[in-house]
Design a protein around this ligand. Structure first.
Ligand code: WT7
Length: 803
């Protein structure tokens, strides 16, 4: 390879990090480097702050080392902070020589400092007992984590260059780019010449987004029938894992089609027609994606309501979309707890009837593992058992061919204030976008087994449990239970059971599993009990000691590492920014430093990923969602709505439409325009803050309206401390001073409210409405807290209000 003999300025270190002495070898040639690699001397590289360290030399090193099989599998790069380019280049070297586990930092000393002082839970890097980073800080944001060469070489988008090529085309020729992709799906009738039309500028008239209008298709056909025709009939479409270990089920694509058709036929029979709404209030049973697909098949508009919402929330949604039928089940077990869903539906239907909206049919699935049908409350005439009617219908059902712009589903986002918003997605553009984002962000391969822990009650479950994966003919795990039941090892148990390769979850789950990565209490109890029995039965001292040792060894094994997790290939995160220490734990411990993490930024409104890593294409920075997906043009604007370029932070907006965008808020186009398009005319406003770093990586900073300004009280801050740090008056003062100094007096909080936990939805979104009420002490107006992941935090916050 060219340049192999060029001299190379790298400094191989001959020590593992624990010793922290680097031997300066100085400039060396590719051959000399290769020799050192052969002798197994090189365990890492330190880069000089040397501008001459160019790509040719990097290529030389790569060539040298890749010729050798005994290469080390872990490298560390500590570029000097003034030379980030050398880090990138060195990183490229590592990637090309197949260094699996590459960690870089621009601050050598910082790592050294931390080595003897590992913050708990942040995990270790396998094979090398070192390097733990704290939370986001300027220096860490230059950290790069590279996919291995094996990974990149097999990836759909194998390099940054390839991404840029595809991205540029998607921006310069969106019609051509998306048409090519759309053509891979089945269309009864192709869309006309004009692929899309849009107006995102409120000053120029009503907001409008249309893709493939005039094209005729059906998303259910594309998810199921098309795959069967392509020969995937016997492939597993859905694996179902019940709440209790040992409860499971499987559906192939052919079986899925049968089930979907039977339900579709039933719905047609009771008079559900194209364009009618159907509310689905089901837990994660296979019947949930089946119900979504059945609606789509007959052109009905489904509105899945998360089966954790209260009767009031459900009633509110029923009143808004006036469904022809509600599909539910009698009960579900979540962890050890039984939830009587049918009773909630009954209450919601009473409530909606009071406002004049009555529903004729409540189709109820008997979820036998939770509750037998005998003990279910029943209203004759309205309530129908699924198993009494649906299985009687034929296995085939005509597809209702719909326009690409016909509505597919409504999904209510609670909105942090007021009435829920009915986010409306249409068929064609959503289909193309959900499928394409899934394929690329997870680097999907036909042999993958995919598991997303989200519930179909959220957009994540729509786009990335049901539609995205099935459109790709993937095998999907549907999990009914709770991720920490019966113990915090459940997720990894499921990963091993189904040989899951793609695992997609939320930072809140990552953090909770990270906290519980410790000792199994049931195991401890068992150990103590066994010892007690042995002593009672007169075992000798050494026998007891041996047993204790064995039991301690077994029980102290961590919840994660006692499972293999070897099948994992790509990890994913969604819902909120993932803090670097959680990112590292996810990467190092769960993924054994092998699996890239796709930190996908998107929203219910966007239908699919907007800013996301393409796992084989470029280095990742822990905590950054990296770069825009094809066709997405994110811009950062200041408070006046002026675009800012380069390294900056501000409000995240989108400049043009993409096929998966929502088209309106159901029944309230004006609210759609006011909420999303009026704040910054000319753009779609995401509501999120974002920082772009010098390398163009995007760092989401959360909702901009997370700042609470309570009338007469100024800025009110809820502050959560790192576990174990006590609340104190000095800390309160010093926090205020820090904000004053680092941001400015205008931003200094007037009130700090200690908050051991925040009221979050299950997807990790902070319920600002509740915080606002607590801040303004309007405790009698807290309304519905049933959508919270943990409603008890509200009481906790109220108690701490005046501390
Ligand atoms: C909001 C959208 C999108 C599915 C789940 C939630 C936040 C989402 C990320 C991420 C930083 C993220 C944003 C966004 N968010 N993903 N990877 N990094 N923030 O859907 O309820 O519509 O919430 O979740 O604040 O606006 P949603």
């Amino acid at each position: 390879m060219a340049g192999q003999n060029q001299r190379l300025n790298v400094v191989p270190t001959v020590t593992m990090l624990g010793v922290m002495k680097a031997r300066l070898v100085g400039a060396t040639s590719g051959h000399a480097l290769l020799k050192k690699v052969r002798q197994n001397v090189v365990v890492g590289f330190l880069c000089h702050n040397n501008n001459k360290y160019d790509d040719n030399r990097a290529a030389a090193a790569a060539a040298a080392a890749s010729a050798d099989r005994s290469r080390p599998n872990q490298f560390l790069i500590f570029p000097s902070s003034s030379s980030p380019r050398s880090a990138v280049t060195a990183a490229a070297v590592m990637a090309s020589i197949g260094g699996n586990n590459l960690i870089t930092s621009s601050n050598h000393l910082r790592h050294v400092d931390f080595i003897t002082n590992l913050p708990s839970g942040a995990g270790k890097i396998s094979h090398l007992n070192a390097v733990v980073l704290g939370e986001a800080s300027a220096s860490e944001q230059a950290d790069l984590v590279l996919p291995s060469q094996q990974f990149s070489s097999q990836a759909l988008v194998p390099s940054h260059q390839k991404y840029l090529e595809m991205y540029m085309r998607s921006i310069q020729d969106p019609a051509g780019f998306w048409s090519d992709i759309a053509s891979q799906f089945y269309w009864k009738q192709k869309w006309p010449e004009q692929v899309f039309s849009e107006n995102l500028d409120i000053r120029k008239g009503p907001i409008k987004i249309e893709w493939f209008k005039g094209g005729i298709t059906n998303i259910c056909y594309n998810c199921v029938d098309r795959n069967i025709e392509a020969g995937l009939g016997h492939k597993v479409a859905l694996y179902w894992e019940g709440n209790g270990p040992g409860f499971d089920d499987t559906l192939t694509y052919s079986q899925l089609l049968h089930r979907v058709c039977q339900l579709a036929n039933y719905l047609k029979d009771i008079g559900v027609k194209r364009g009618d709404a159907v509310v689905i209030y089901l837990p994660m049973l296979m019947e949930l994606p089946i119900a979504m697909l059945a609606c789509a098949r007959i052109g009905a508009v489904h509105s899945v309501v998360f089966a954790g919402f209260s009767a009031e929330s459900l009633a509110q949604r029923i009143v808004d979309c006036k469904p022809k039928a509600v599909i539910t089940c009698n009960a579900v077990k979540r962890g050890p707890k039984i939830i009587h869903l049918k009773e909630i539906v009954d209450a919601a239907l009473i409530q909606s009837a009071k406002t004049g909206i009555s529903v004729d049919v409540c189709l109820t699935y008997e979820n036998q593992s939770a509750m037998k049908r005998e003990s279910t409350n029943w209203q004759e005439g309205r309530d129908v058992w699924w198993s009494d009617v649906v299985p009687k219908y034929p296995y085939t059902c005509e597809v209702e061919w719909v326009d690409a712009e016909d509505p597919l589903f409504l999904l209510y986002t609670s909105g942090s204030t007021g009435k829920p918003k009915g986010v409306l997605h249409t068929t064609g553009g959503y289909m193309v976008y959900a499928a394409t984002t899934f394929k690329h962000a997870f680097d999907y391969k036909p042999s993958d087994i995919y598991w997303c822990t989200a519930d179909c009650g959220w957009i994540t479950g729509h786009s990335y449990v049901t539609y995205g994966p099935l459109l790709n003919g993937a095998t999907v795990v549907v999990f009914e239970g709770a991720p920490n039941y019966p113990d915090p090892g459940r997720c990894w148990d499921i990963v091993d059971k189904y040989k899951v390769t793609l695992f997609y979850t939320a930072p809140t789950l990552v953090r909770s599993l990270m906290r519980e990565g410790g000792v199994s209490f049931s195991g401890c109890f068992l150990s103590v009990y066994c010892c007690f029995l042995m002593i009672r039965d007169g075992a000798c001292f050494y026998e007891v000691i041996l047993l204790i040792a064995i039991l301690i060894f077994i029980t102290i094994t961590q919840y994660v590492t006692r499972y293999s997790r070897k099948s994992l290939r790509v990890l994913g995160s969604v819902g909120e920014p993932i803090n670097p220490s959680a990112w590292r734990w996810f990467y190092n411990v769960v993924g054994d430093s092998r699996c890239p993490i796709s930190d996908t930024w998107w929203q219910t409104e966007t239908g699919g990923f907007m800013i996301t890593p393409l796992p084989g294409a470029w280095p990742q920075k822990p905590g950054s969602a990296t770069f825009p997906f094809f066709g997405v043009q994110p811009v950062i604007v200041d408070e006046k709505g002026v675009e800012i370029g380069g390294e900056c932070s501000g409000y995240l907006c989108l400049k043009s439409s993409w096929p998966g965008a929502f088209r309106t808020l159901y029944g309230d186009h004006e609210r759609y325009e006011t909420t999303y398009f009026k704040p910054f005319p000319g753009y779609y406003f995401s509501g999120d803050g974002c920082r772009r770093d010098k390398d163009g990586y995007h760092w989401l900073t959360g909702r901009v309206d997370d700042v609470i300004n309570v009338k007469g009280q100024g800025i009110y801050a809820f502050v959560t401390l790192v576990e174990g740090v006590p609340y104190s008056e000095e800390l309160r003062k010093s926090l205020i001073m820090t904000v004053r100094k680092q941001i400015g007096a205008f931003a200094a909080p007037d009130k700090i409210h200690w908050a051991p936990g925040l009221p979050k939805t299950r997807s990790g979104k902070i319920m600002r409405r509740i915080l606002r009420k607590i801040a303004s002490r309007q405790l009698d107006e807290l309304e519905d807290t049933s959508t919270l992941a943990d409603p008890t935090v509200v009481h906790q916050l109220i108690e701490l209000a005046d501390c």
